[in-house]
Design a protein around this ligand. Structure first.
Ligand SMILES: NC(=O)c1ccc[n+]([C@@H]2O[C@H](COP(=O)([O-])OP(=O)(O)OC[C@H]3O[C@@H](n4cnc5c(N)ncnc54)[C@H](OP(=O)(O)O)[C@@H]3O)[C@@H](O)[C@H]2O)c1
Length: 342
């Protein structure tokens, strides 16, 4: 009997919280290894989860086309090449790219995120957490969009997450005063102990507005926002003249059924000449090697740490996505399918 490929298909477009009910687990024959030139057949080892997936299932114009109903859910992952028509990726190579929610995929052809071989010796979890899109988002969003200068004050929301924790640490490395906002005492303690932020604000038990007045009376020069909504409005009220707001995401509203009201204080951007700019990491794809090299240097120097939240069981894939929206993930959310073969 031919080997089967388990896949999670998108079967319904969610209203409100995304969950297992919007997907169906199916078994299809494994892709045939009669590959075109440049293609590789990949066994998926680890899936990475991104809040952006909630946007990818909406039937709305965006930076990527919506995932079609009845097709495997789009998602990044790490896999191992098991058949190859690509000299750069021989059998055995570990690769990273859009694997989608399935056990086997074809890579190496045209894709919005081409398959990239992992640097030798890199574990799948490390690749997704430290050399994947969330780390690159932090690097380019903070440095290119936020443009922090030594001695400035940087605020980051979603600070204990995959993206936010890299932002907080890169800002610290650049000589900034860093304030992180995260949910719960454990995440705030980790930000202080492991990421060495100057202050952590627990938005679940503390008043962000009052705490910002207390810990940065001088105001904020750069705000890196992962959360949006009320957090964004509060932060705008604490920005300094000529401050920069890097709009990375707005997870607080991703599962809302009605569009949230915008910040009521946008005139502050005019009064204090603040620049607020959204960005998408794939626009920086040709500079990913630059980010990877710099991140590797900081990791080697012991200046960057991260947490990997690795779930297991292919049947748990949609439920694992939901963990991001419930704040259950401790660092980069992933799910392991298999170990690499030597
Ligand atoms: N622009 C881009 O190119 C780009 C690329 C990657 C990611 N992003 C964005 O970056 C953000 C973080 O993504 P990530 O992959 O690094 O995920 P993550 O931060 O590792 O995980 C998501 C975190 O969001 C927080 N959260 C969930 N619901 C919330 C709510 N209602 N209010 C406040 N916080 C909430 C939770 O942390 P707490 O426990 O602290 O609440 C949760 O752990 C997302 O907005 C994502 O869309 C943007």
């Amino acid at each position: 009997m031919s080997q089967m490929n388990r896949q999670w298909l998108l079967t319904a477009r969610p209203t409100g919280m995304i969950g297992p009910e919007h997907f169906e687990l199916v078994e299809t024959p494994m892709p045939e290894p009669d590959l075109d030139e440049g293609e590789v057949l990949i066994k998926v080892l680890m899936l990475g989860f991104d809040p952006a997936m909630r946007g990818w299932v909406e039937d709305l114009p965006s930076y990527l086309p919506p995932v079609e109903l009845g097709t495997p859910m789009r998602g990044s992952g790490v896999g191992q090449v098991i058949a190859s028509h690509n000299e750069a990726m021989p059998v055995g190579t570990l690769v990273q790219g859009l694997t989608n929610w399935q056990e086997y995929c074809i890579g190496g052809g045209s894709s919005v995120m081409p398959m990239q071989p992992l640097p030798p010796g890199t574990a799948p979890g490390t690749a997704l957490a430290a050399f994947g899109t969330t780390a690159f988002t932090a690097y380019f969003g903070l440095l290119d969009v936020g443009q922090p200068k030594q001695g400035e004050t940087v605020l980051v929301s979603g600070a204990a997450g995959a993206t936010g924790s890299f932002v907080a640490q890169i800002a610290r490395i650049k000589g900034c005063k860093v304030i992180g906002i995260a949910g719960g005492p454990e995440k705030c303690q980790w930000l202080k102990d492991a990421c060495h932020v100057d202050h952590a604000i627990d938005y679940k038990s503390e008043n962000i507005d009052a705490r910002l007045s207390e810990v940065c009376p001088e105001g904020i020069d750069v705000f890196f926002d992962n959360v949006g909504g009320a957090t964004l409005e509060t932060a705008i009220g604490h920005m300094r003249e000529f401050g920069r707001i890097a709009l990375c995401g707005g997870i607080s509203g991703y599962n809302d059924t009605e569009p949230a009201a915008g910040p009521s204080n946008l005139m502050d951007l005019v009064k204090f000449r603040i620049r607020m700019q959204g960005f998408i990491v794939i626009d920086y794809m040709d500079r990913f090697p630059e980010a990877a090299a710099q991140l590797a240097q900081w990791i080697e120097a012991g200046e960057l740490v991260w947490r990997e939240d690795i779930q297991e069981g292919f049947e748990n894939v949609p439920a694992t996505l939901q963990r991001l929206f419930k704040g259950q993930n401790q660092g980069k959310q992933m799910l392991k399918l298999a170990d690499p073969q030597p």
